[in-house]
Design a protein around this ligand. Sequence first.
Ligand code: BGC
Length: 478
Amino acid sequence: MATKDATTEETGRNSFVYVVAALAALNGLLFGFDTGVIAGAMLYIQNSFDLTALFGYPMSASFVEGLIVSGAMGGAIVGAAFGGRLADRLGRRRLILVGAVIFFVGSLVMAIAPNVEVLIFGRLINGVGIGFASVVGPLYISELAPPKIRGSLVSLNQLTITSGILIAYLVNYAFSGGGDWRWMLGLGMIPAVVLFVGMLFMPESPRWLYEQGRVDDARDVLSRTRTESRVAAELREIKETVKTESGTVGDLFKPWVRPMLVVGIGLAAFQQVTGINVVMYYAPVILESTGFQDTASILATVGIGVVNVVMTVVAVLLIDRTGRRPLLLTGLVGMTVMLGLLGLAFFLPGLSGIVGWLATIGLMLYVAFFAIGLGPVFWLLISEIYPTQIRGTAMGAATVVNWAANLLVSLTFLGLVDAVGQASTFWLFGACSLAALIFCYKLVPETKGRSLEEIEADLRENTLVGPDDHPDAVGSDD
Ligand code: BGC
């Protein structure tokens, strides 16, 4: 159970754990950068290659463009599907190393691609690296972090996602005078190298080591990341859960795990069908429709990227104090209201002047509410709510759904706007956001301050689900 104070001794942390978490959080930078850079790079790729044919067969340019943009998401679905299981088999650290190499190779292939086919191949490879990184980054940090600061440390991963997006927006802006897309895409090699070299010196997750029977190694890692007094206690807790588990894929569907499978998959889908990546990918297009000029809309997009980073910092600072649920629920209320207002702004005739500005502010506030809630809390919760032996596999399942929903929304957005208009599209996202609010209110547990083993024990006793089931739930303060 959570204790009442937060001195270093009670928290049981050791400063080395910050270094490990910050480095592992670079996994987020890989996929944030990729998310933000492709739209900008696409403008110039069009000038370099003939997009009306693939392998000599005539194709529509918009189809080939779609393949280039969404190729990474397709790869990420594959990467996430295998990444979870591989993280359980190979270990968390080793998979991070593999992911960094794959991402590096993908970025290199894209940077030197002689034709569009090789470029698409590079996007797919990059995507597989992203898929691995998106599962194993939060997983690794969560297993290494002391319970009291686990929320902040895991959310560093979301902070690097948003920083990656912002860096990419700035790169797009810097290159907007007529840039070289090869440099834009190739820049991804830098964080991949830093991540790879840094991880060579980092330890494996103590929980994974323990499961492999490497008890002494697990104890060593805990001693490097905990105060002495916490090591024995935490080792005992890990031992208890390992003893009682079997750890097969079938466990995902066991009645006692199922409620959290629903929570993880539900959160994964809601994180995307509430529209965040429509803003991340299409912000300049949306802003132009409010009457902004080209450069102004690119600058306003940078503004949205800044809001995203700043509010994620707020979430990192708050998440272990307020808990996960208050941030998640507040964020969803705000997103729902903002999506309703955005729909209204686009519904009103003659979007110009004041209404255009209102829409811009609405977009920024919408992103702000995502950044303090659904953004970080989804990745954090899926790293906390599953039993250790299937944590990787279960997180992989949730992450596949997240990438698949991302792909679906990104591919259908423009068509949806054509079919029903911008106002109704935002209202549709708003309705999904309201549904997400109800889902989270009813089903998402509070995990603040408890060790992964305590969370697992509640899961086994079926007391983890819902708003009021645990003394540490909403509103309680340490
Ligand atoms: C989501 C991404 C999104 C990003 C925006 C992440 O939590 O998973 O799809 O692009 O937040 O900040």
